[in-house]
Design a protein around this ligand. Structure first.
Ligand SMILES: [Zn+2]
Ligand SMILES: [Zn+2]
Length: 315
């Protein structure tokens, strides 16, 4: 049998083009069968009431009241078919499944709303890309989860057993609250920035034509959502740092604490250690009063370079 050559594009639908199409519903999936309006091959295409889109709503009861995107998936040989495509003659179309009068079977109506047709095509392309990209997406998120867990370790430096030993209950409570706040904000910031960088898979309903338009809108406004996530994420991380510094301040600078602290910090790749009395925290620097024989000097230490803190009974 001579078949048409491959030609990718929307197929022109006339009244009767989709007359052979019939659909049967099983829970969660509508299977429509009929002839390709271009190459006449027998096709069976499944429609689901939701799709997963990587974006910056959930599905409930299944219903098939939305336009759907159809692609020829015939097994015939169509000359000129690109190597990246394994099936079809290149034809695609958008149609509206409708229940018959007995309410037991579906047929297909031509959808003549260009806006809706574009939305259905955009969603179909997006969910195809998502299907193949979801595993990679999960892999990219692994270090993200590691980063969130790592934040707890960082917080542990601030409130190690040593640093809170001997402190009053109220001071501990304030420090704990600040550290908790910092951890939550840092985790939130990490999630937002990862979402912006790699996306977030979301199941969106496709039950009505309004759902279809809303899902397309979600894809189209993704860029501005990404920008918002980055801005908010970076802002949150600054707030987390501020809360962590405040927690340090509470632990070190409480008035009745005259116990000295040993500070280990990184000085241009060299690990340095100083022991003294914390005087104050200012502009991200800890002012440490260090007594060396008869001399007492105030040494500024960049807070960002601190790797370890220990409270001592004496230096
Ligand atoms: Zn075909
Ligand atoms: Zn075809």
């Amino acid at each position: 049998m001579a078949t048409k050559s491959w030609k990718e594009g929307p197929v022109k639908l006339r009244a009767g083009s989709l007359a052979s199409w019939q659909g049967q519903e099983r829970p969660g999936v509508l299977t429509l069968s009929g002839k390709c309006p271009r190459c006449s091959a027998d096709l069976a295409i499944q429609i689901r009431p939701s799709t997963v889109i990587v974006t910056a709503a959930a599905s409930g009861e299944a219903a098939f009241d939305a336009v759907a995107y159809f692609q020829c998936t015939c097994e015939e040989d169509h000359a000129g078919r690109p190597e990246t495509k394994v099936k079809g003659c290149g034809a695609y179309w958008v149609a509206q499944p409708r229940k018959n009068e007995h309410n037991d079977r579906y047929h297909l109506d031509i959808s003549a709303q260009p806006e809706l047709n574009d939305a259905a095509k955009l969603i179909a392309e997006e969910s195809q890309a998502t299907g193949s990209g979801l595993r990679t997406l999960a892999e990219k998120w692994i270090p993200g989860v590691g980063a969130i867990v790592g934040i707890l370790g960082l917080a542990g430096i601030v409130v190690s057993d040593d640093s809170v030993a001997g402190l009053s209950w109220s001071v501990r409570l304030v420090a704990f609250s600040l550290v908790t706040l910092a951890v939550l904000m840092a985790a939130g910031a990490t999630i937002l920035v990862y979402r912006a960088a790699f996306g977030w898979p979301k199941e969106v309903p496709l039950r009505s034509n309004d759902d279809v338009l809303a899902a397309a809108e979600m894809i189209n406004t993704r860029t501005s959502q990404i920008a918002r996530n980055v801005r908010f994420g970076v802002g949150l991380s600054s707030a987390a740092l501020a809360a962590l510094l405040a927690a340090l301040g509470v632990l070190w600078l409480q008035p009745d604490s005259d116990r000295p602290i040993a500070v280990t910090y990184d000085d241009g790749g060299k690990e340095m250690s100083l022991c003294g009395e914390a005087a104050r925290v200012e502009d991200g620097q800890l002012q440490l009063k260090v007594t060396d024989g008869p001399r007492t000097t105030t040494e500024p230490i960049d807070m960002a370079s601190v790797t370890k803190l220990e409270q001592k009974s004496e230096c």
